[in-house]
Design a binder for this molecule. Sequence first.
Ligand SMILES: [Zn+2]
Length: 446
Amino acid sequence: MTPPSPPIDIAIVNGTILPMAGAAPIERGTLTISGNRILALGPAGSVDIAGARRVIDAELCAVMPGLVNCHTHIASNMLLRGLLEDVKLFEWLSTMWRMKSNFDPETLYWANLAGLVEMARGGITCFNEHFDAYDVAPQIRALEIIPLRATLGYGFADRGIYQPITDWSWRTLHGFGDLVAAQHGTQDGRLRIALSPHATYSVGAEMYRLVRETADALGVTIHTHLAEAPQETRYMAETYGTTSVKFLADLGFLGPDVTAAHCTQLTTEDIAIIAETQVKIAHCATCNAKLASGTLPLRAAREAGITIGIGTDGPASHNTIDLFQEMKFAGCINKDETGDVEFLRTGELLEMVTATGADAMHRPEAGRLTIGGIADVIVVDLDKPHTLPVYDVAAALVYSSRADDVRTTICDGRILYDQGQVAGVDEAEIRARFREHALALRAKSN
Ligand SMILES: [Zn+2]
């Protein structure tokens, strides 16, 4: 007797499947899900869907891995969106800090829910959160309601405008083993925690050393800002007589477990160090351009063999958590920077928001559709006025599609968003409570 085959919970039929991670697209493909795993995928007719509990017709749609956002700040930045425009990084950070000092758990909870709604609707199933030193508990609570895959980095700092969180940072770092025991790998393994020292201008050598020791001892990853803007470059030159990358390399801080956001200010030597130490990069082209911070030398970094994903950064500096916008802008600015239209082809940009992005944030289980792999899947509607006639699915996705073209978002085998509705929540209530708390916070912070 052959063993009974696992039940099919979801079958997605008739769409163009893009498995990513180098695998070829499958036209009119079928993908089935059992529990939180992909049971089968292949051309229609080769995959059995008999007895499927739910069939999703993806005619005229792309079926692809959930998108991976390699660097963001949902918790705080939802509350800061549109607060301050047309200023440089350091001025912007100090205004934000005044608001941040008034955060409370309830306000953060509604802000987090609003951020998770935005991501679920936009097809993001996996994100790399960088906290700026306040409580992650409201986000963990929100993730129980809208269960995306997330790595939450505790933010640490000890100087400059971040001085007030110095004691908290040391205390949290010293007790990090307890946090790992309580939170790491929870929510069926979707939730991981990480160490997120803020940046070289806000964290001193001693704290960076302790972060490295803690990461080595506990086996958690690191997520930091690095070489973000000319103001940082000047600060590092004046304070330490070196670059941010060399400063961290000399401390023995850099390694394969580090994801570094931005990296717009890299020298040739810095690129060689990042490649050598196997640090991963989160490319955040829109916020870097908006703050006139510069652009990651992407071609040189890729040629050096560095793994590079794409991040939206927070909605304070990017204003949306839309990876379609981010992917398109990354394509445009890097072609313009290099003067080479052949640089960063559509397929490469799609890899950067899926499989390569997942590798860049140390979540290689995400960002690809494979038999037996986790079921993080999105369905993107290509039958839209702004995408037709769709000669090429990759071109449509990269340069025409928008976050709100996502029709269905599945994370860990669960349908979190479908046909205009995020599952299990009252979206109108989330919007109302978020707006109310945000306006109260601003009034209190003036
Ligand atoms: Zn950031």
